[in-house]
Structure formats: C-alpha cells, structure tokens
Design a protein. Structure first.
Lengths: 434, 295
C-alpha cells in the first residue's frame, strides 16, 4: 500500500464532506481529484481512464430521455389523473401513488419521479387535513424500492450493471421477486403503522365536498399547460425503444450505456426541442460527482487499499457463502443508510470482485446482494438516497418540514423488514444454486 | 368539521374565487356538492346533520360567496320534504335539486351576458380587471354575435386566471394586451370603458370585488372611463358590507433593520357610487330597483 496515505485521507475527507453536506457533492469529489492531480499521485490522462464511461453514458442518456419526456407534461398529467382516481381516500392515495411511483422509478429514475409526485401529494393530503409527511416519506421509500427492480431504476444498479456487465434482463429476473414482495409488505407496514390516518372519507359530506374542490384546484394548478402530444409520442416511442434495446442486449450486443445515448440522440434529433434548454436541465453535477468518485476509488484500488479492506474486513468472515452474501447485504444496507449509496457502491464493487475471486458464489448472487443492500438500505435515513433528500426538499418548498428523526421513524422499520425479505430471498436462491 | 378542515375550506373558496371568479366558483361548488352526496355513505339519521355541518361551514367562508349561500338556502327550502326519506331517495332528490340550481344560476348569468353585450360598442377600448366568466362571455359574445370590433386591456392579476382570460380573447381574435395593474396609467388613454364582475353587492351599496378593484376604478373615474358591473341577482346580498367576512391576514415581516406587521385583505369593498352602470339579468339596475333592494 505504498503511497496510499494521501488518497485515503482525501477519500475520507470527501466522504465526510458528502455525508455532512459541507459542500456540493460534485465539488467535494472533484476537489478530491484535483488534490490528487496536484500532488502528482496520479496523472490527468490516467485519471480519465479510471472513469467508467459506460455508467456515465447510461446516466446521461436516460437523463436526456427523461428531460424531454417531462417537457411533454405527461408525468404531471398522469399524477393529476391518479389524484382524481383516489377520490380523496387516504388508502387509495397511498396505494395508487405508490404503484405509479414504483413503476416510474423502475423505468425512469427515482429523483425525477419524486420531483413530480411529491408536490401533488403534498397539495392533496394537506388540503384534505391529512398529515402530508407520511405520504412524502412513503413515496421516497417506495421509489427506492421500485427503482431496485431494474438496471436503470436506481444509481447503485446503474453502477453495478455497467461496471460488472450485468444485463437489464438479469436485473429484472433476479430482483423482481424481492422487490415486489418488499413493495407489498412496505405498503402494509405503512398502513399498519398509521391506521388512524387511513379511515375512509366517504362517511363525511364535508370531506367529500372539500376533496372535489381540492381536486379542481390541483387540476388548475398543475395542468395549466396542455400536454404536448407530438413530443409525448416521440418520447414514449424512444423510451420503448431504449427498453427494447436493454432487453435484447444479448442479441444486439449494445451495452446499456450505448443504447441509452443512441436513443437520446435520436430523440433530440426527432423532437426538435431547444437542445440548449434541455441540456440545462440535465443533472451535470451528478455526472461530475460520479466521474470524481470513479477516479478516487480507482486510485484507492491501484494503491491496494481496496484489496486490503477486502482481505482484512470481508474475507475474515470465512468462506461460508451464506455468511458472505448476508454480510454484504447487511453491511451495504446499514452503510447506505448513513452514507450516500452511490460512493458506497462504487467502493464496494472492487471489494465484491475480490471476494468473488476467493469464494466464487453462483448466479451473481453476491451482486444481487450488493444491489438489494445498497438500494433498500438507502431508505434507512433521510440522507441515504438522492430520492429521500429531494423528497424532503420538495416537501419543505411546499411548507412541510420533515426532520431526520421523523423520516427515520417511518423508514427504519421498512428498511429492516425489506432487508430481512432480501435476506430470505438470497438465502433461498443460494440454497437452490449450490 | 374541525378548525383545520374549516380553514382548508376557506382557502379553497378563496383560491377558486381568485382564479375562476365568483360565477364559476358557484357552479363548481354546487357540482362538488352533487358529487359529495353521490359518494356519501352514511345512515339515514345522520345525513341531515352531515349536510347542516357542511352548509354552516360554506356559508361562513371568508369571504362569503353570496351566490353559493343563496343557492344553499333555496336548496334547503326545497329539500325539507325529503330529508326523512331513505338515504338513496335523499341523495337522488339532492342531486336533482342541485342540478336545477346550477341550471337556474347559469340561465341568469346568460341573461346578464345578453344584456351586457349591448354596452360594448365599435372601437371601444375596454379595461378588464379580474375577469369573471360573465365578463369574458360578454366580450366574446359582443365579438361573435354583434360582430363588434374593440380592443381589451387585461390587467394582470392571478397567475392562473390572467392567462386563461388572455387565451379566451386570443381564441376569439379579440385584440388585447396584458399589463400590470400598477402600470395602467400608461395605457388608460386608450380606454373608454372598464367591465367588472363581483362576488357580492351588499344592501349598503358596497361591492365585494377582487383586490385592487378600488384603486383601478378610482383611476378610471379620474380619467373619464365609464365602469360597468355585471352581476346576476344571486350576487346581491341582504347583508351589510361588514358581514361579508373579507379574509384578513396579519403577517409579521422581518427585514434586516426592523420588523413590522403587514395586514392584507383578500377582497376590496368598493363603493357602488364608483360604478356607472350595474347590469343584472333584467338589464340595467336603475335607482328604483336599487332603492327597493336596499330597503
């Protein structure tokens, strides 16, 4: 581990800065990289080779498609229609919005999903005299669970899929069962923990009357621009095309990153949108953050730090595959709750690779363990996942303040239960595979 | 209903009043009540109490939406024989009566429009402040039915309502510009009329109108711009101005050097003397009718 001290110090400093939001995440990561470059720990040309271009292309491609689709107004229209379908029933609000959130999170990205859903759900629930906090937290939690189901649903999955070379279909097939069970159990838990809030409203004429006025207000507030049907058709066609390319990856031999970027560029061309305006809405800071972290972790890997952690932490637990799988799951789960799950996943990938070299585990179960741990674990606290931070921020903008403890009070139990479901699933899967 | 629910109801009426105007808010409130009755599930002995509780809250909203209150009073009078029937029958009768009320209200509004279009003349420059559906319909029908050529100065008010008015005028090829109310003095030389809607006209001859109406009307009067108020008789309140429950908010504003209390009211109370012509479903309300109304 010669020359590893400075990279370790910088890496820890960046991690602390990200966790406690000392500076912007992207700035923290890139500042760390700049210090390494200035100290000649690594050359700039070499640093660029450490960036996983596949992940960046996948993120950029999907962000571009989502930005154009969002401009069409379809997501807002969909959310308003769901609000109308609930007819003000608190249970229907929870269930219907959760189904939409989970589905949108699986095929788009969960930050976009909560950006659209949270303002409407706050307006609806607060206007009905319900406590909007529970509904905001529930959508953040559900978006993280739903996003776990696909390669493109949650940043940890995008990183794992791109770096390890797992396909869209492999994610869907291997994670469908635990994600679906976790969604159902999560909703039951949310209902059971707050049963008082889910009393039906159709026994009160006043509540029904207010609900109708409220739904009209939501329509006026959120549907003030008509849906751009031409843009919508083009956007949906391209979304369908990219999913087809993901699903047929083994036939087309196109990686998800290439497929996403290819379709995004086609969409930019055919939609004739103002490209400059669209590009302004891309989350460049997230892409910069990813690039910086890839370099920081790449340097640690080259200096032997990752190997040292793998040997001295994870490989000390022995060679029992059940213990290894469950350790990766729970360590990822707990750590992702308190640290950002993106840098954690980037750090864990080389460690899991080393564990796999020593103790081969069939059917990529260790990767599913990391994906389930990092994604489900992100629900543990308010800072565990980007969707949580964005949801809390959006709620605050609408006048609803959610504290760290308030978030955790609802999310912690769901996280533990979903990690238990994942443990049971992985254990059974492993037992069947061995 | 607890206080939070009552406050929410107040806020919803305030919002819809500002965005849609009193006329559309009235129709929407009655439609919402129909839907609420249809979806209600309760025992026969509870249904009257459920309605009474809601009606009391609606009649006490800030501000009081006078046409809604009138409609509910008529509804209550016609529903009296039916409250003791079984729930399905009560719901059916409530739906029928409320639907009739909506038609009645709309027919009176249409009559106001039919009278109102006569006051729009060739080459008029018309100021529109807080356009209600009645005001918008007067302008549209003057263009479509009487083929009048006139231009409109829309005063910017609500972020949802102003674009709606501008869109309606655009769709009917009515030349218009949108300007902030505080810039009206730069445009007033192009205008000769101002048309208005109102939430209520009270017995002591005050008009409950959207915020800013008073200032705009004063400026118009000063510049010789004639004012026309369109309101069907359901907007005439038998109460006095101080019973209109204008919503008042007091906010403590903190700046870098001091803090001060800021009081705002949701609506203006405009003296009816500032209005040159009041038009209801029977045409111009002359002094005799006005005296009869004030008692």
């Amino acid at each position: 581990m010669e020359g590893a001290l400075l990279p370790i110090i910088i890496f820890i400093a960046v991690y602390v800065a990200i966790t406690f939001e000392v500076v912007n995440k992207a700035v923290a990561a890139m500042l760390g990289v700049m210090v390494l470059l200035s100290a000649h720990v690594i050359s700039d040309h070499h640093a660029v080779t450490l960036i996983d271009v596949e992940t960046i292309m996948l993120l950029l491609g999907m962000m571009s498609i989502v930005v154009i689709l969002r401009k069409s107004g379809i997501f807002t229209l969909l959310s308003v229609k769901i609000a109308e379908l609930t007819k003000g029933s608190p249970l229907k609000i929870l269930v219907l919005f959760s189904v939409v959130t989970a589905t949108m999170s699986a095929f788009l990205d969960n930050v976009t999903t909560v950006l659209i859903i949270v303002p409407i759900i706050v307006e609806l629930t607060a206007g009905m005299g319900l406590n909007p906090k529970l509904f905001v937290i529930s959508q953040a939690v559900i978006s993280n669970i739903g996003g776990t189901g696909t390669l493109i649903g949650d940043p940890p999955n995008i990183i794992i899929g791109s770096k390890v070379g797992l396909t869209f279909n492999q994610f869907a097939v291997n994670l469908f069962i635990p994600v679906t069970i976790s969604l159902a159990v999560g909703l039951v838990l949310l209902w059971a923990m707050n049963r008082e809030m889910f009393r039906p409203v159709n026994t009160s004429l006043a509540k029904l009357f207010s609900t109708h006025l409220l739904l009209e207000k939501i329509r006026l507030d959120f549907l003030n621009k008509p849906v751009d049907t031409v843009l919508l058709v083009k956007g949906l066609a391209c979304l369908a095309l990219v999913i087809i390319l993901f699903v047929t990856q083994t036939i087309t031999k196109l990686s998800p990153g290439v497929a996403a970027m290819l379709v995004a560029m086609i969409l930019f061309t055919v939609s004739r949108v103002d490209v400059e305006e669209m590009l302004e809405e891309i989350e460049w800071s997230t892409l910069l953050f990813f690039a910086g972290l890839f370099i920081l972790v790449g340097v640690l890997e080259e200096k032997g730090v990752i190997e040292w952690i793998a040997h001295n932490v994870f490989l000390r637990i022995g060679d029992n595959p059940y213990v290894i799988v469950l350790t990766v799951l729970w360590v990822s789960g707990i750590a992702s709750g308190f640290l950002d799950n993106i840098p954690f996943t980037i750090t864990m990938i080389p460690i899991v690779n080393l564990i796999m070299e020593t103790t081969p585990i069939p059917n990529d179960i260790l990767w599913w363990s990391l994906a389930l741990g990092a994604c489900f674990g992100g629900n543990l606290t308010m800072i565990g996942a980007s969707a949580n931070i964005v949801s809390v921020g959006m709620a605050k903008q609408s006048g609803v303040k959610i504290s760290f403890l308030e978030f955790m009070k609802t999310s912690a139990l769901i996280t533990i239960v979903t990690l238990c479901i994942a443990s049971a699933y992985l254990s059974i899967y492993l037992w069947l595979s061995l | 209903m607890n206080q939070i629910e009552k406050d929410n109801l107040d806020n919803l009426f305030l919002y819809h009043g500002n965005v849609l105007g009193a006329a559309r808010t009235t129709s929407m409130a009655l439609k919402s009540l129909i839907n609420a009755f249809r979806e209600l599930e309760c025992e026969q002995e509870d249904i009257f109490d459920r309605y009474t509780e809601l009606a009391a809250a609606i009649k006490a909203t800030q501000p009081r939406i006078t046409p809604v209150s009138h409609m509910l009073e008529q509804f209550e009078s016609e529903m009296k024989p039916y409250w003791q029937n079984d729930v399905a029958e009560v719901k059916a009768q409530a739906t029928r009566i409320l639907s009739e009320k909506i038609k009645l209200y709309q027919s009176r509004a249409e009559r106001v429009v039919r009278h109102g279009i006569k006051f729009i003349e060739e080459r008029d420059g018309i100021i529109v402040h807080s356009a209600s559906s009645m005001v918008t319909n007067v302008l549209i029908q003057a263009k479509e039915v009487l083929l009048r050529n006139f231009s409109v100065i829309v005063l910017q008010l609500d972020p949802v309502r102003t674009p709606q008015v501008a869109l309606s005028l655009k769709e009917h090829d009515i030349p218009h510009i949108v300007v902030p109310a505080f810039n009206l003095d730069h445009h007033i030389s192009k205008a000769n009329k101002i048309v208005l809607g109102a939430v209520s006209v009270t017995r002591d001859l005050k008009v409950v109108a959207p915020v800013g109406t008073s200032t705009v009307l004063s400026l118009c009067r000063h510049n010789g711009v004639k004012s026309f108020l369109f309101a069907n008789s359901y907007h005439f309140s038998h109460g006095l101005a101080d019973s209109q429950r204008i919503y008042r908010s007091d906010k403590l504003i903190a700046s870098s050097r001091t803090t001060y209390n800021l009081t705002t009211y949701s609506h203006d109370l405009v003296d009816l003397n500032l209005i040159d012509t009041l038009i209801d479903e029977d045409g111009v309300v002359d002094n005799d009718r006005l005296w009869a109304f004030t008692g």
